[in-house]
Each structure stands twice: as structure tokens, then as C-alpha cells.
Design a protein around this ligand. Structure first.
Ligand code: G6P
Length: 360
């Protein structure tokens, strides 16, 4: 590949480290001369005409879509559904009168997502693609495109594209809200700056992430991620990262759902990675941790400054509580990376996986 790893042993580690830079690049790319965030007015019109948004994506991009739904609903007050692209046509939802389809795809080439795009264009609907690759199939075939500006992502396990997708979705939600005269109650340029700085702090703490991977994941068969609210979605992505590159069986759960079945799998020493970055669910997620600890689980609580207790394994710096997924995923990416390394896995090219899947 013509993209160099430089001094990095793996593309994945390089791409994790690029995330602060990508955040700053995205803010720059979406700022006008006055320093205000802007989006192409044709896209804003499409957002404002839509009575419902359908986000369509696969894999990591689907996980970014789940977070994006919260941004759009909370900031811009437009209802959003998020669908896995391969399932959309089988379980096609009843569509609203004026739907807007938003395709999220790092590569812009995923066949499952393209299948849905072709179908909804046939039905006469408008589509926006959010992608890292200008001129990609999904970008060309949609009415509008928003670029991620993350630079080429080479490692099969997606890292910087995921945080870039969430950042661009936050900008889309924020600018749409402003165009409707809605109060968002934050300065997103400033908040994304804080995100970039916090990402840097986390990327500088690799020794600690490696220690956590060694402590919890060097011999385990399985691992569970739990969280509530936004932390639930980040847990899904954390589990996917770990599965993809370390081959440890991992699942992400809503904190309250574990007791409805999966808790049966908890044995002595089973690692549970619990995210606790959301103040309104902090007590409940800690309650869930107690439930699994009572069954012998080995808990690794990742919390946020201000919400921490002395049982937490890692405490994240404070960021805006709607944007926590942009930083809470970084330790999960790094922990997965080191778990894969310790288990002698091929980090950048995991077995059975492809970077872009162009078959259905
Ligand atoms: C493949 C990759 C995943 C990715 C998914 C969606 O399965 O291995 O990392 O999340 O496709 O890719 P896209 O390019 O559409 O975001």
C-alpha cells in the first residue's frame, strides 16, 4: 500500500492515534470563514423537509448510526430509525410520507448498503451518503454526500472512521438544529476541540490500556461489554472490535438486559467491561456490575471524571455528555489492539474479514 505505517507496527495503531487530528480536520472542513459550522444548503433543505430519517449501515458504521440517531433526535428533533442494511429489504419498515435515507459507509462500497440505496432511489426517495471515500459508489449514486475527512483507513478493524462518522453526524444534527432555530445549548466547535484534546490524553496512555488487556483478556474465552444509554452503543462497538481482531467471543449488552439471559454465562473470572460515562444512568449501571460480580465476574469499569468511584479501572477526562462515545471508544480500541497482540493475532488483517464487502 502507498500509505506508509511509518514507525508504527500496525496500521490499526496508527489510525487510532490519528483520531485527534481527524477531529480537528473535520471541524476545519465544516467551518465557514466566520468559524461557524456549516453544511451544504441542499442537504439542510433535505433534512428539514424530512419527516423521518432512515439511517442504513453495516458493521461499525451501523454502530455510529445508533449514536447518530441520538444526536439528530436530541438536537434537531427529527425522528430517526437505524437499520442494518442487509435486513432492510426483508423487514422493510412502513415508511413515513417524506423519508430521507442516510447511508453511512466508510468505504462507500458495501454491497448490502448499496442494495438498499438502489431500491430507495427506485422508489423515488432522496439519499445522503456519509463516507470516507469521495467518488465511491454510494457517494455517486446518492443525491448528496458528506465526507469524513479521516484519510485512508487501511486496517480492517475500523477506528478513526467510526469516530469521524459520529463527529460528522453531530455536525449534521447541530447545523440542522440551528437552521430550525432550535437551542442546542452547546458550542460544538468548542466541544469537538475538547474531544480532540481528550483523545490525545487517551492515546498517550497506551501502557495502561496494554495493562488492562493483559489483566483481563490474555487467556479468557469470552468477554462482555455493558452500558446504558449511549454507553450501550459504544459497548456494541467495543465488543465488535475485540471479536474482529482478537477472536475472543465478545458481546455488548444493555446493562438491564444482561439479567434476561446472558448472565447465565458469567463464570468465575469472566471479564465484564462496563462503561459508566452517563450521569443519569450511573447508579443503575453500577447496580448491574454488582449483579455480575456476585456471580464471579471480573469487572473493568471505565467511567468519567466526576462520576468515578474507587472501584473503577479507568477514568476518562470530562467531555460533553452527549459526545462521550467519541472518547469512550478509544480505550476499547486500544484494549482490543493489545489483546490481539498478546494473543499473536494478525491485527491489521484478521482472518475471514475484508475491509470492504462488495458481495451481498
Ligand atoms: C466490513 C468491515 C467492517 C465495516 C463494515 C461496513 O465488514 O470489515 O469493519 O464496519 O464492512 O463497512 P463500510 O465501509 O460500509 O463502513
Amino acid at each position: 500500500s502507498d500509505i506508509e505505517k511509518g514507525t508504527y507496527p500496525h496500521y490499526m495503531l496508527k489510525e487510532i492515534d490519528e483520531q485527534p487530528l481527524v477531529m480537528r480536520k473535520i471541524v476545519q472542513q465544516y467551518q465557514n470563514e466566520q468559524g461557524e459550522l456549516t453544511i451544504d444548503s441542499a442537504i439542510l433543505d433535505a433534512m428539514n423537509e424530512a419527516d423521518r430519517i432512515y439511517i442504513i449501515a453495516a458493521g461499525t458504521s451501523y454502530h455510529a448510526g445508533l449514536v447518530g440517531k441520538q444526536f439528530i433526535e436530541k438536537m434537531a428533533h427529527i425522528p430517526v430509525e437505524v437499520h442494518v442494511s442487509s435486513e432492510f429489504s426483508y423487514n422493510m419498515p412502513l415508511l413515513s410520507k417524506n423519508p430521507l435515507f442516510v447511508f453511512i459507509s466508510q468505504s462507500g462500497e458495501t454491497a448490502d448498503s448499496r442494495g438498499v440505496l438502489v431500491h430507495v432511489k427506485d422508489l423515488g426517495y432522496k439519499a445522503l451518503t456519509i463516507t470516507n471515500v469521495p467518488g465511491s459508489t454510494l457517494s455517486r449514486e446518492a443525491d448528496y454526500t458528506l465526507l469524513l475527512h479521516a484519510g485512508p483507513e487501511i486496517a480492517v478493524a475500523s477506528t478513526k472512521a467510526y469516530t469521524a462518522q459520529m463527529a460528522v453526524l453531530s455536525i449534521l444534527a447541530y447545523v440542522t438544529a440551528q437552521s430550525k432555530g432550535l437551542m442546542v445549548g452547546m458550542d460544538l466547535v468548542k466541544e469537538l476541540g475538547i474531544i480532540a484534546n481528550s483523545m490525545e490524553v487517551l492515546c498517550d496512555d497506551k501502557e495502561e490500556m496494554e495493562a488492562i488487556a493483559r489483566e483481563y483478556l490474555s487467556t479468557t474465552r469470552n468477554c462482555f461489554f455493558i452500558g446504558r444509554a449511549l454507553d450501550f452503543y459504544v459497548g456494541l462497538e467495543g465488543a465488535l472490535k475485540l471479536k474482529e481482531i482478537s477472536y475472543i467471543q465478545a458481546e455488548g449488552f444493555a446493562g438491564g438486559e444482561l439479567k434476561h439471559g446472558t448472565i447465565a454465562l458469567i463464570e468465575d473470572g469472566t471479564p465484564i467491561i462496563a462503561l459508566a460515562t452517563q450521569e443519569h444512568v450511573n447508579l443503575s449501571i453500577r447496580g448491574n456490575v454488582k449483579e455480575v460480580v456476585a456471580r464471579g465476574a471480573n469487572p473493568c469499569i471505565i467511567s468519567m471524571k466526576g462520576l468515578e468511584t474507587n472501584e473503577d479501572r479507568y477514568v476518562l477526562p470530562v467531555v460533553n455528555d452527549m459526545l462521550t462515545p467519541l472518547i469512550s471508544v478509544i480505550p476499547l480500541q486500544l484494549i482490543s489492539y493489545y489483546a490481539a497482540l498478546h494473543r499473536d493475532c494478525d491485527v491489521d488483517k484478521p482472518r475471514n474479514l475484508a475491509k470492504s464487502v462488495t458481495v451481498e
